[in-house]
Design a protein around this ligand. Structure first.
Ligand code: FNR
Length: 385
């Protein structure tokens, strides 16, 4: 059990009420969220945890997983069960990866280093953001020392300067990253009203250190759209995906693919997988929840490549439901930042541990010995069940 002030601590004696001056125990991801909201200032909260515009997609992501129902099967042999999955030629201890998230030193001074240590120790994967606040070589070095670790992937935002982008890819390859995750759903930031209203600005000690030395893109001429005639000149297109595939030996997954035709095109042009994501509700508001989008992408990809999903995963039951809908693994975003803000590496480890434990319990109670059994755990009203 992790307490809000320090992690980990001794659980209370069974039958004894907790000491009145002790903060309440952190037992769930929602507890970590509440605690993170208490310890961070308003602008930082708005940046880290907010969504775009009216935050409709942000809210839908969590409610859609909750709305799916599970249908347990009983009396099945469960001994020897496990949460292992195969992904891109490797067997992973569990189907959890930390989603790429920028500027983690806003949540805790140890930032991405703490997240990497915790994810590696828990056997979870790590997707490291282009906009991270620690050097990619340093964080990779920490993650790669752990024997039971999950996969280490580098999330790439194509930079206006393709030469700079190529060097970034080469640095990631040299540092030991095992795949690239090209994020394709954010050619521009969403309309992040909460963040703007709060006056959020990156403090001087937190910056995208891996992008140092990059030249800013050319701005639009007077009278032209700053967006369409400026920033979007450099936004990635399908030909950039082909270019990326041609300059790296690493597998490339596309993150932020939600239309089945885009998913099919991604695999046909050589992507090693797709990640169904709406950027955690931070880009285009009123998109459907990822739980709603996932099945059609899985159908379009038809088993030719892994399909991962993120957005709104807050319980082990959510992970089981994602696997039941055909995901190969899931990425977890904000809960990791909640744990990080709560208690650094110990907080992240606790969040990931809770999810793993809850997943095992959900599997056992649904009658799933392994995650191959997950599809049978989903309630589908009709004569077949
Ligand atoms: C993100 N996300 C993100 N995605 C990405 O591809 N590159 C990035 O640098 C970031 N940065 C980022 C910062 C913060 C503060 C958040 C909350 C999110 C999106 C992230 O990878 C993921 O898609 C969502 O966070 C998943 O939703 P949940 O789990 O946060 O609900």
């Amino acid at each position: 059990m992790l307490r809000a002030d320090q992690a980990p601590t001794t659980p209370p004696t069974p039958g004894q009420p907790p000491h009145p001056h002790q903060p309440p125990p952190l037992l769930t991801l929602a507890d970590h969220e509440r605690h993170a909201l208490e310890v961070l200032d308003g602008p930082t909260r708005a940046y880290l945890f907010g969504g775009a515009a009216d935050e409709i997609t942000l809210a839908k992501n969590t409610t859609a997983w909750r709305a799916l129902e599970l249908m347990p099967r009983v009396l099945r042999p469960l001994a020897g069960g496990h949460t292992r999955v195969n992904l891109l030629g490797r067997t992973l201890p569990c189907p959890l990866l930390v989603a790429p998230m920028a500027s983690q030193r806003l949540a805790h001074p140890d930032g991405e280093h703490a997240t990497a240590l915790a994810a590696a120790a828990l056997g979870c994967g790590l997707v490291f953001s282009t906009q991270a606040s620690t050097l990619l070589e340093d964080t990779a070095g920490l993650f790669l020392t752990e024997a039971v670790r999950g996969p280490l992937w580098f999330q790439l935002y194509l930079q206006p300067d393709r030469g700079f982008t190529r060097e970034l890819v080469q640095r990631a390859e040299a540092a030991g990253f095992e795949a690239l995750v090209l994020t394709v759903d954010a050619p521009v930031n969403g309309v992040r009203d909460a963040e703007i209203r709060s006056g959020f600005q990156l403090p001087p000690q937190v910056s995208a250190v891996n992008l140092r030395g990059m030249q800013p893109p050319n701005s639009a001429a007077p009278g032209q759209s700053a967006l369409f005639n400026g920033l979007l000149h450099h936004a990635p297109t399908w030909s950039d995906v082909e270019w990326l595939l041609s300059i790296t030996h690493l597998p490339v997954l596309l993150k932020g693919v939600v239309h089945p035709d885009d998913a099919r095109q991604a695999i046909d042009c050589g992507a090693a997988g797709v990640i169904v994501s709406n950027h955690g509700g931070r880009t285009l508001d009123t998109m459907p929840a990822t739980a709603t989008l996932l099945p059609r992408v899985v159908q379009a990809v038809a088993g030719d490549a892994p399909v991962l999903v993120d957005g709104g995963i807050r319980r082990g039951t959510d992970v089981l439901k994602a696997m039941a809908l055909g995901a190969s693994a899931v990425l977890v975003g904000r809960p990791v930042l909640h744990g990080l803000a709560s208690a650094g590496a110990a907080g992240v480890a606790h969040v990931l541990r809770l999810l793993r434990d809850e997943l095992e319990i959900a599997m056992a109670l649904s009658g799933c010995r392994t995650l191959d059994d997950a599809p049978g755990a989903l309630w589908a009203p009709g004569p077949s069940q």
